[in-house]
Design a protein around this ligand. Structure first.
Ligand code: CAA
Ligand code: NAI
Length: 698
C-alpha cells in the first residue's frame, strides 16, 4: 500500500501521508514525500501544495526503530529544507498529532493550519535522550520565540491547537475540515513569495541576557539525564547566533552527540519496553475485551480515594462504598479537595472538576456495586476481611464483572478461591498516590481469564497508567525487588554507611529519592507492623533492629517530623547525629565492624540486589520479561529513565559476566542473601543478556 497519496484539486495538490500506525517518517515515507513534492514542484499546472496526514496522526516523527542502524537517504533534514526552499506555497493541514520530525516537517512548510481538536504538538525528542534533528531547534525559535521554544524543546511538552495559534506555531485553527481550510488558505497564497521561517532573523535584543546560562544551571536533575538537555540548549542558542544552514549543521552535530550517549539508548529502550509490557503472550492484540463503563470501589481510605480519582480523571463514573458515614465523608472530601486543588493549579478547569465530581456516587451499601463492570477492592490489608468482601461481591456483582483486589502483599489465588468465578478475579495493584503514580501492577492469578488480563491492561492505558503483568508471590514484582534493595540498604547502614551517604550516593546517581528518605516519606510504621507480624529471625531480625528502634522512639517519618532524618516545617531533611549514634551502637552490639563505604559500592550493591532479585522473578515466570521489571522501576519507584532500569544496567553497563562475578564475590563475603539467580549464571556462561531471553522459553 502506498504510504503517500496525492490528489489534485484544480491548481492545488494534496499530499497525504498514510503510514500506520502513527505516520512515523520511516524510509518509505521519506521516499514517498520526496517523490510527491518533486512531482508537484515540477508540474507547471500546480500552484500550491497542501500536506496532511491520516486518522489521528499528522506524523509522530522519525521512525525510532531506524535509530539503531544507518539511516537511508533521503534524510529528513534535507527533505524539509527542500520543501521550505520550494517556490510554490506549501500549507501543512495538521489533522492530528504532530511530534518530533512530524512537527519539524510542518515547520518546513510555509504555513500551518491545525484541526481544532489537535492536542499533541511538540518536540518530545528529549524524552528519548536526543534533540530535534531535522531543523526543529532552529525553526521553532523562529516561529514561537526563543523562550517558548527553549521551554518546549528542553521539556518535550505537548501543546494543543489553541495554544499553538497563540504562540505563533500555527497560523490558524480549522473549525471544520482541516484540509478544506488549508486549501482555501493555500489559494490565497498563490502567486506570492512563500514565507520561509528559516529565513527569519531572531531579534537578539528581546532575549534575556542570562537565559541560556540559567537554562544550563537548571539541568541538574533533568529526567533525561545530563547530555540531551545540554545539547538542546546549545542548539537553540545557535539559532540566535547563526543563519539557518549553519544552525542546522550545529544541530546535527549536537544530535549525534546526544544520540551516541548511553542515556539515549536507555530512554529509547524504556519507550519500547513500556509498550512491550502491554503485549501478553497468548492474547492477540485485537482480542475481544470486556466492556468497562462503570467502576465500583470498596474502601475510601488512602488507596480507594486515589483509585477513584484516577478513574474519575479518566472519565469513568465511580461508585465508592464504605462501612461508616464518617469514613465515607472523609474519602469523598479528599476526592473533592484534590479535584478543586487541581483546578486551582490550572491542571483542569473548574467545570472539569465539577463534572468529574458529579460522576462520583458515594454509598454505604455494597449492593450498589451490582451494576459496576469493574469493582476494585481497597479495604484494610487483612486476608479474613478480603475473603469476606469477595464472598459478598461474588453474590452482588453482575455476570462478567471484573473483581479486582488492590492488595499489596496477600495471595490473590486465595482471595479468588472464595468466589465461584475465580476467572474474573485479578490483582490491580496501584501505587500511592494512585491518582499520580503511573505504574499499575496487574496481578494474574492462577485462574484469571485471558480477556480479564487484556481488559485490565486496556483499562490501565485508558486511565493513563502503565500496566505491567505480575504473577502471584510475596510482593509480586515491584515490592519483592524493593525488599531485596531495602535489605541491602539496612546491611550497609550497619556496616557504616550513614543514611545521608546512602541516600546521597543513590540520588547523585539519579534516583528521584534515596531509599531511606522514601521510607520516611511513606511512613516507617507500615513496615514496622509488617515486620512484627512476620516475626523475623536471623539476618532479617538483625537488619530490623535500627528501623524498629527508630519507630519505637516515636519517629514514624515525615508525618511525625522525624524518622531516619529530622524535618523542619518545610519538610527539609536534616541529618540527625542521634540516628547516626543509634546505628553505630547497634552495629557494635551486633559486632559488625564499621567502615566507610564508597558511593560507587553503595550504588553497585543496590543495583545488583535489584537485578539479581529481578532475574529470580523472571526465571520463576512471575514477570514475563526482564524489561517488565525495568518498566516497574521506572514508573513506580523513581528509578531514572535515563539509566534504563536495573536489568538494563546489567545488560548494557555492568555486563552479565561482570555482574555474575560481583554477585558471587558478595555472596562469598555476605552469604545467602547474595545467592546468585540461576538465570544470571546461565546467561553469563552463554554470554547472553536479559533482553535475549525468550518470553516463552524462560
Ligand atoms: N517511531 C516508531 N514507532 C512508533 C513511533 C515512532 N516515532 N511512535 C509510536 N510508535 C509505535 C509504538 O511503538 C506502537 O507500536 P506497537 O503498537 O507495535 O507497540 C505504536 O506506534 C502506537 O504507539 P502508542 O501505543 O504509543 O500509541 P498512542 O496513541 O498511545 O501514542 C504517540 C501515540 C503520542 C505518538 C506516542 O506513540 C509517542 O509519544 N511516540 C513517540 C513520539 C516521538 O517521540 N517522536 C519523536 C521521534 S524522534 C524524531 O522525530 C527525531 C527527529 O528530530 C527527526
Ligand atoms: P486505609 O486504611 O487508608 O483504607 C482502608 C479503608 O477501607 C478504610 O477507610 C476502611 O474504613 C475501609 N473498609 C474496611 N472494611 C471495609 C468494607 N468491608 N467495605 C468497605 N470499606 C471498608 O488503607 P489503604 O492504605 O488505602 O490500603 C487499602 C489496600 O490497598 C490494602 O490492601 C493495602 O495493602 C493496599 N495498598 C496500599 C498502599 C499504600 O501505600 N497505602 C499501596 C498499594 C496497595
Amino acid at each position: 500500500m502506498a504510504v503517500v497519496d496525492t490528489q489534485r484539486q484544480g491548481e492545488i495538490v494534496i499530499i497525504r501521508m498514510d503510514n500506520p500506525p502513527v505516520n512515523a517518517l520511516g524510509h518509505a515515507l521519506r521516499l514517498g514525500l520526496e517523490k510527491a513534492f518533486g512531482e508537484a514542484n515540477a508540474d507547471a499546472g500546480v500552484a500550491a501544495i497542501v500536506l496532511t496526514g491520516t486518522g489521528r496522526f499528522f506524523s509522530a516523527g522519525a521512525d525510532i526503530t531506524e535509530f539503531k542502524g544507518e539511516m537511508k537517504e533521503p534524510h529528513l533534514p534535507q527533505l524539509i529544507d527542500k520543501i521550505e526552499a520550494g517556490s510554490k506555497p506549501v500549507v501543512a493541514a495538521i489533522n492530528g498529532t504532530a511530534l518530533g520530525g512530524g512537527l519539524e516537517l510542518a515547520l518546513g512548510c510555509h504555513y500551518r493550519v491545525a484541526a481544532k481538536d489537535v492536542r499533541q504538538l511538540g518536540l518530545p525528542e528529549i524524552k528519548l535522550g536526543i534533540i530535534p534533528g531535522a531543523g526543529g531547534t532552529q525553526r521553532l525559535p523562529r516561529a514561537v520565540g526563543i523562550e517558548q521554544a527553549l521551554q518546549m524543546i528542553t521539556s518535550g511538552v505537548f501543546i494543543d491547537a489553541k495554544k499553538a495559534v497563540a504562540t505563533g506555531l500555527i497560523d490558524s485553527v480549522a473549525d471544520g475540515d482541516v484540509v478544506a481550510t488549508a486549501i482555501a488558505f493555500a489559494k490565497q497564497q498563490i502567486g506570492k513569495e512563500p514565507r520561509r521561517i528559516g529565513e527569519k532573523r531572531i531579534d537578539k535584543a528581546s532575549i534575556p541576557a542570562d537565559l541560556f546560562d540559567k537554562a544550563r544551571a537548571s539541568i541538574g536533575r533533568h529526567p533525561s539525564g545530563p547530555i540531551a538537555p545540554k545539547c538542546a540548549i546549545d542548539a537553540v542558542e545557535a539559532a540566535t547566533q547563526v543563519p539557518l544552514a549553519e544552525g542546522n549543521a550545529r544541530e546535527r552535530k549536537l544530535f549525534r552527540e546526544a544520540a551516541a550517549s548511553p542515556y539515549a539508548r536507555a530512554l529509547q529502550y524504556a519507550f519500547f519496553a513500556e509498550r512491550q509490557a502491554a503485549n501478553l503472550p497468548g492474547i492477540a492484540p485485537d482480542a475481544k475485551l470486556r466492556d468497562i463503563n462503570t467502576v465500583g470501589i470498596l474502601g475510601a481510605g488512602t488507596m480507594g480515594t486515589g483509585i477513584a480519582l484516577a478513574f474519575l480523571n479518566g472519565g469513568f463514573p465511580v461508585t465508592i462504598v464504605e462501612t461508616t458515614q464518617e469514613a465515607l465523608d472523609r474519602g469523598v472530601d479528599r476526592i473533592k479537595d484534590t479535584l478543586s486543588a487541581n483546578a486551582k493549579r490550572g491542571r483542569i478547569t473548574e467545570s472539569q472538576a465539577a463534572d468529574r465530581f458529579a460522576k462520583l456516587t458515594p454509598s454505604l451499601q455494597m449492593d450498589d456495586l451490582e451494576k459496576s463492570d469493574l469493582v476494585i477492592e481497597a479495604v484494610f490489608e487483612n486476608m479474613a476481611l478480603k475473603k469476606e468482601v469477595f464472598q459478598k461481591l461474588d453474590k452482588i456483582a453482575k455476570r462478567g464483572a471484573i473483581l479486582a483486589t488492590n492488595t499489596s502483599t496477600l495471595d490473590v489465588d486465595e482471595i479468588a478461591a472464595v468466589t465461584k468465578r475465580p476467572q474474573d478475579v485479578v490483582g490491580m495493584h496501584f501505587f500511592s498516590p494512585a491518582n499520580i503514580m503511573r505504574l499499575l501492577e496487574i496481578v494474574r492469578a492462577e485462574k484469571t481469564a485471558n480477556d480479564v488480563m487484556a481488559t485490565a491492561m486496556g483499562i490501565a492505558k485508558r486511565i493513563g497508567k502503565v500496566g505491567v503483568q505480575a504473577g502471584v508471590c510475596d510482593g509480586f514484582v515491584g515490592n519483592r525487588m524493593l525488599a531485596a534493595y531495602g535489605n541491602e540498604v539496612q546491611a550497609m547502614t550497619l556496616e557504616g554507611a550513614m543514611p545521608r551517604e546512602i541516600d546521597g550516593a543513590l540520588e547523585a546517581w539519579g534516583m528521584a529519592m534515596g531509599p531511606l528518605a522514601v521510607s520516611d516519606l511513606a511512613g516507617l510504621d507500615v513496615g514496622y507492623r509488617i515486620r512484627k507480624e512476620r516475626k523475623l529471625t536471623g539476618e532479617a531480625a538483625q537488619f530490623a533492629r535500627v528501623p524498629d528502634k527508630i519507630v519505637e522512639m516515636g519517629r514514624h517519618g515525615q508525618k511525625t517530623g522525624a524518622g531516619y532524618y529530622k524535618y523542619d516545617a518545610s519538610r527539609k531533611r536534616i541529618n540527625d547525629p542521634e540516628i547516626e549514634a543509634l546505628i553505630r551502637s547497634e552495629a557494635q552490639a551486633l559486632q559488625i565492624k564499621q567502615r566507610h563505604i564508597p558511593a560507587e559500592e553503595i550504588v553497585e550493591r543496590c543495583l545488583l540486589r535489584l537485578a539479581n532479585e529481578g532475574a529470580k522473578i523472571v526465571e520463576e515466570g512471575i514477570a514475563l520479561r526482564a524489561s517488565d521489571c525495568d518498566v516497574m522501576y521506572l514508573n513506580g519507584y523513581g528509578f531514572p529513565a535515563w539509566r534504563g532500569g536495573p536489568m538494563w544496567q546489567v545488560d548494557n553497563v555492568i555486563g552479565m559476566r561482570n555482574a555474575a562475578e560481583k554477585i558471587k564475590g558478595y555472596a562469598a563475603t555476605y552469604g545467602a542473601r547474595w545467592k546468585i539467580a540461576s538465570l544470571i549464571e546461565r546467561l553469563a556462561a552463554e554470554n547472553g543478556t536479559f533482553a535475549g531471553v525468550d518470553v516463552k522459553k524462560k
